[in-house]
Write a protein that binds this ligand. Structure first.
Ligand SMILES: *Cc1c(COP(=O)(O)O)cnc(C)c1O
Length: 431
């Protein structure tokens, strides 16, 4: 039966339930499946199966016997209950739109799946589980929304006051119920430190059953495979696609690569990065040179050290030449990103967000050198989420989707706290 081991210690083995609750192995290693289950049967039936059926079949071996089939069916149907269309931009390039979920970004899929699994796992616990999340914007919204109204789970989100966009702040602060937003008088790094300190605090450990909703959690990572299968259901060409993924922590592309090595036909992956180019440089030179992250217009990808890259290496048995056969990586400047965003709009009447534009440019470069190939990008967010960046580039207003408009009209509810006030806030809290 499939279990999970720590990439730091193959002898530390847990089941899906424990891996989901722990997030990370106690030795700080990432969890990795002990078996890579073949998806050949699902692939052969793609045209006959519904989205829900595909998702169920793909994830079932990973969940093993920790969730019953009927519960898993319920969870996956709630995870993928929005459109995930593959939209042609032109003959050679399509866009897999992952932004039709509640917070208009692909992280909705992983967050919705994880929250429901965690809800199941704590169902018969006498104690509620409390999820602590520090967010610089996007993750918090998806997590908050994913966990909203899930029984037995409380969520406390910390975000830096004045440093998230309007839309993001509303997504964090308008839910209520089991979601509490703390507006921290400090930076994102401060928020992260506060969460780390809380996990180490004995008094808080006594009072709360604490966990995180980190993006390395297997319950967030694995369901991201779903939409690669959905894309292939909609793929109209003879040849397998080139897939270009805008990358930050490399969790999204890592799920695609997992789908591929277990049977999904993909000709090649492109890991599209912004100026944060540690991985493109590594693939080029074989030298891993870590450096500080730099700010770009595709800020969800401003990651210095991509935490999921070790999992990708493991999928290729730590062999770089093997990895390079399946994945290319390229760094796209803000200048080129802006240019691509504007050109795609003018020539093809398709509006990318900055992250999708990075992926588009990277794919275009690849296809220029490989003229017989065709491919698609993962469009990871709706352009409205980055309207402050996008509108000046295109010199026009973006129409607000209804979901955003509704949120913008709701009153913000947050608790303003100082960096030093987190513990006393949690200790005094009645929940
Ligand atoms: C999180 C995020 C990414 C990066 O995804 P990773 O899985 O961290 O590589 C790309 N685009 C958007 C819009 C995001 O929110």
């Amino acid at each position: 039966m499939l279990k999970y081991y720590s990439l730091n210690n193959p002898l530390h083995v847990v089941d899906f339930r424990e891996a989901t609750i722990n997030g990370q192995a106690p030795d700080k290693g990432l969890y990795f499946p002990t078996i890579l289950p073949s998806q050949k049967v699902v692939v052969s039936q793609l045209q006959q199966l519904s989205k829900e059926e595909v998702a169920f079949e793909v994830i079932k071996p990973y969940v093993a016997d920790t969730i019953t089939d009927s519960e898993l069916q319920q969870i996956v149907s709630e995870t993928v209950n929005f459109d995930i269309p593959l939209v042609p931009i032109h003959e050679g390039i399509s866009s897999l739109e992952l932004f039709h979920g509640p917070t208009l970004a692909f992280k909705d899929v992983g967050a919705r799946f994880m929250s429901r699994c965690l809800g199941k796992f704590v169902q018969n616990n006498s104690r509620k589980i409390t999820v602590l999340v520090a967010t610089s914007g996007d993750t918090g919204g998806a997590v908050a929304n994913g966990f909203y109204d899930v029984d037995g789970v409380d969520v406390v989100i910390l975000y830096p006051s004045g440093k998230v966009s309007n839309v993001q702040e509303k997504q964090l602060t308008t839910l209520g119920k089991n979601i509490t937003a703390l507006e921290v008088n400090g930076s994102f790094d401060d928020c992260q430190q506060m969460v780390k300190d809380a996990f180490l605090d004995q008094d808080l450990k006594q009072k709360y059953f604490l966990t995180s909703a980190n993006s390395i959690n297997v319950a967030r990572w694995l369901p991201q495979q779903f939409y690669y299968f959905f894309a292939l259901q909609q793929w109209q060409h003879e040849q397998a696609p080139i897939i270009s993924v805008p990358c930050g922590n490399f969790g999204n592309i890592c799920a695609g690569v997992l789908a591929h090595v277990t049977g999904l036909p993909v000709k090649h992956f492109i890991a599209a990065c912004n100026a944060n180019d540690v991985i493109p440089k590594y693939l080029e030179t074989g030298i891993f040179e870590s450096k500080a992250s730099v700010s770009t217009m595709s800020n969800a990808m401003d990651v210095a050290y991509p935490s999921n890259f070790v999992r990708i290496m493991q999928l290729f048995r730590q062999k770089l030449p093997l990895l390079k056969h399946s994945i290319s990586s390229v760094s796209i400047t803000d200048e080129k990103t802006k240019e691509a965003l504007l050109t795609v709009l003018n020539n093809h009447q398709y509006l990318c967000d900055p992250h999708g534009a990075v992926a588009y440019k990277a794919l275009e470069l690849y296809l220029n050198a490989n003229k017989a190939d065709k491919g698609f990008i993962l469009e990871t967010a709706h352009p409205i989420k980055f309207y402050d960046v996008v509108e000046p580039i295109i010199s026009q207003k973006i129409e607000w989707p209804k979901a955003v408009q509704d949120i913008m009209d709701k009153p913000k509810e947050s608790v303003l706290i100082e960096k030093t006030g987190f513990k006393s806030y949690l200790m005094d809290r009645s929940k």
